[in-house]
Design a protein around this ligand. Structure first.
Ligand code: B1M
Length: 215
């Protein structure tokens, strides 16, 4: 099967056909990772480009995202499969003012697939909710996602809120999202920056193993 057909389906926001094609690709033994990267994520890149060039508008972007999420639902059980005992606990959310959730959802799935228990706080998450939830579930890692240059500073606000609560040193802070950079992560006092979901899972696992070894 040509994954470009799937990618175009996502771009056009055809959720029903997206689901059918993801199932077909799996039936043809194409790996979930390949379907994800070539069939789903690739579409979002083109959607973003078209939006930037005023060729499409918010509604089209939204229906493309819905189609992508339908495809992701089918891949989720495969991407999150893990036979191992949990190696740690994380919380994740998209920061205040930001409604983008696809990248955050992918990071959640990959961390889960690595054997990390993860609580998803959703999108547009108030700063204080991260502080509360991390304490409530005894998190090891706090994961923050932001897709807008205007909402990136809210990641710094979250870390400051943990500082103010006197609990910053208890947690590992991981940040990411398209506009986030290594330098920005350092500036706001985050411990880990990764550019994508797969490396986020690897970095989270490495940090947890290091923490366990030092305890
Ligand atoms: Co919006 N949007 N959007 N949007 N949107 C972008 C981000 C934009 C780049 C489009 C563009 O102009 N080219 C632009 C941001 C510009 C900027 O700030 N630099 C933009 C804009 C401007 C807006 C609005 C302001 C538009 C408007 O209303 N005028 C508005 C803001 C709403 C808000 O949040 N308050 C808006 C709205 C929306 C929709 C709601 C319509 C929809 C989101 C729906 C949803 O998420 N359920 C949407 C979409 C779909 C996009 C694009 C097209 C796709 C985003 C996406 O899902 N990418 C996006 C353009 C683009 O990204 N090319 C765009 C695929 C996803 C897999 O990638 O999320 O980057 P990403 O995640 C990656 C990595 O970044 C990383 O791993 C992921 C997987 O590998 N990662 C992490 C993410 N979080 C991580 C956390 C980690 C580690 C890694 O550790 C914790």
């Amino acid at each position: 099967m040509d994954l470009m057909e799937l990618s175009l389906c996502v771009e056009r926001g055809n959720a029903k056909k997206t689901k059918e094609l993801v199932i077909k690709a799996l039936d043809e033994k194409i790996s979930a990772e390949t379907i994800l990267n070539e069939g789903l994520i690739s579409a979002m890149g083109r959607v973003g480009e078209k939006f930037k060039n005023n060729e499409i508008y918010v509604p089209e972007m939204l229906i493309a995202a819905r189609a992508m999420n339908e495809g992701l639902k089918i891949l989720e059980p495969i991407l999150t499969q893990t036979g191992v005992k949990p190696i740690g606990t994380a919380i994740i959310g998209t920061v205040k003012g930001d409604l983008h959730d696809i990248g955050k959802n992918l990071v959640r799935m990959m961390l889960k697939g690595t054997g990390i228990d993860i609580y998803d706080l959703g999108v547009d998450v108030p700063t204080e909710s991260f502080v509360k939830k991390a304490a409530e579930v005894g998190a090891d890692i706090v994961c923050l996602s932001a897709l807008l240059t205007t909402t990136m500073p809210a990641m710094g606000d979250v870390i400051k809120a943990f500082e103010a609560a006197g609990s910053k040193n208890k947690y590992i802070f991981m940040v990411g999202g398209a506009p986030v950079t290594e330098n920005f992560a350092k500036e706001i006092g985050a411990d880990i920056y990764t550019p994508d979901a797969a490396t986020a899972a690897e970095a989270a696992k490495a940090a947890l193993l290091k923490k366990a070894a030092s305890n």
